[in-house]
Ligand binder design. Structure first.
Ligand code: HEM
Length: 414
């Protein structure tokens, strides 16, 4: 039963309540109320497809809410339990992304759904699944573990908490409504038992659709326009950069059409950052804060001119500017699709905000994406004094499930 259908019956019950209320004097309400369900707004009704060549949540536009959750398989759980779990998770993800109740298979319909997302449409919900390095030992599939999943090297500026890093399985949930996202999170957590338990969870957000006069590149919690330099799906090398091609080695066939996600919880030292005058902040990134235009001139989408100097002979985009150091031009073409969420977990014991970026980047090969770029940033990024990498994960994200298939089936039933 769809949530809209449920809304229909809930609406009817609600209307009855209002009629009774009206008799008690709440006449204003009853006058504006009809039993006809109102059409959802575009935000609520937008649906992302679960089945396809690639999993959802990679090229999907940034959503307003996100949950990242890593799970470890339970003691004694192996390949069989993992396969059953991926089957359950895929089924529930498909239903929820279509705006249906979590458990439509039960004889009593939606009775097993928590009801958290009642009244809302799919709201661009996506659920994306990945496998960590340790998953392959646990499931006896080490022979199918691709070299791209080798642990990330340590970086000198790392402050990594191992307990909030990696994990056997990773789930990324995104939606344009906080309740729809939480609903999916609860469903995914419940379906995990008894095969797997939560290892860590992080919650994030982005700007709400409709908050700006026209769609724009998002801003992060430092106030910068963030995402301008991303590869665009319309570019001819987009797929080559972001998705794993079908290779010659059949051991890794299961990953064709998939991608690697690098996840970093990057704390922003906002008290220090906010003390910098805007001109200094712009030098740190190499772009203007107001509109994201490169300091070499033009508008947000103008290409950076990395050689252009000012009248004083100094480079307009400084040598240590973040956007210069991370650009494909300076990294033998290394590129990634950055698709982050911001996070805010309150105030730390030292009184500073525990806030920053849940940095998620997608690439066909971490050794031609995140790793070389982060090595370079680690050595001389002007942004480094204002950020701290606190957690890290690397996950192989299988290609999308075909109709009737579950995510990871080609690996787990190989
Ligand atoms: C909290 C941490 C970070 C912040 C606040 C941040 C912010 C930014 C901003 C404002 C830009 C310029 C606009 C744009 O092109 O998107 C940018 C560009 C970029 N950043 Fe970051 N970034 C962070 C961490 C990282 C990390 C860890 C990496 C990868 C290792 C990275 C890779 C890139 C790349 C590849 C570009 C595009 C360069 C280009 O092609 O023009 N960033 N970042």
């Amino acid at each position: 039963m769809s949530r809209r259908r449920l809304l229909g019956s809930a609406g009817a019950a609600g209307a009855t309540g209002l009629v009774l209320g009206a008799a008690g004097g709440a006449t204003g309400y009853a006058a504006t109320r009809t039993d006809e369900p109102t059409a959802l707004t575009a935000v609520g009704s937008t649906q992302v497809m679960f089945h396809g060549k690639h999993q959802p949540g990679i090229t999907t536009p940034l959503q307003a809410r996100g949950h990242l959750v890593a799970f470890d398989l339970a003691p004694g759980a192996g390949r069989k339990e993992a396969a059953a779990l991926m089957r359950r998770w895929s089924a529930v993800a498909r239903r929820l992304m279509a705006g249906e109740a979590a458990d439509s298979g039960a004889a009593d319909g939606a009775a097993h759904d928590t009801g958290i997302a009642l009244d809302a449409g799919p709201s661009s919900l996506t659920v994306t699944f990945g496998f960590g390095h340790t998953f392959f030992e646990r499931t006896g599939l080490v022979g199918h573990r691709p070299p791209g999943l080798d642990p990330l090297p340590p970086f000198s500026s790392d402050h990594i908490d191992a307990k909030r890093s990696n994990g056997d399985l990773w789930v990324q949930i995104g939606a344009d409504d906080a309740l729809v996202a939480f609903h999916a999170l609860r469903a995914v957590q419940k379906e995990a038992a008894p095969a797997a338990g939560v290892r860590w969870q992080m919650n994030g957000f982005n700007r709400s659709p409709g908050a700006t006069a026209q769609p724009m590149t998002a801003r992060n919690l430092m106030g910068q326009i963030d995402g301008t330099g991303n590869p665009k799906p319309a570019e001819s090398d987009f797929d080559r950069r972001v998705f794993v091609p079908a290779g010659t080695d059949t051991k890794y066939d299961w990953l064709a059409g998939g991608s690697y996600a690098v996840v970093r919880r990057i704390r922003m030292l906002l008290d220090d950052w906010e003390k910098l005058p805007v001109e200094r902040q712009e030098q740190v990134i190499g772009r203007r804060k107001k509109d994201g235009a490169p300091l070499s001139g033009g508008a947000e989408t103008t290409a950076m001119d990395l050689d252009k100097a000012g009248p004083d002979g100094k480079l307009l985009i400084p040598d240590n500017a973040h956007a210069r150091i991370s650009s494909p031009e300076k990294n033998s073409g290394a590129a990634m699709l950055r698709r982050p969420f911001s996070y805010h977990d309150g105030i730390s014991a030292d009184g500073t905000p525990d806030a920053g970026l849940l940095f998620i980047c997608w690439q066909a090969d971490p050794l031609r994406g995140f790793v070389p770029v982060q090595r370079k940033l680690d050595r001389g990024d002007a942004l480094s004094p204002f950020i701290r990498h606190e957690a890290s994960g690397l996950f192989a994200v299988p290609g999308g499930a075909a109709d009737g298939e579950y995510v990871g089936q080609r690996l787990l039933e190989s």
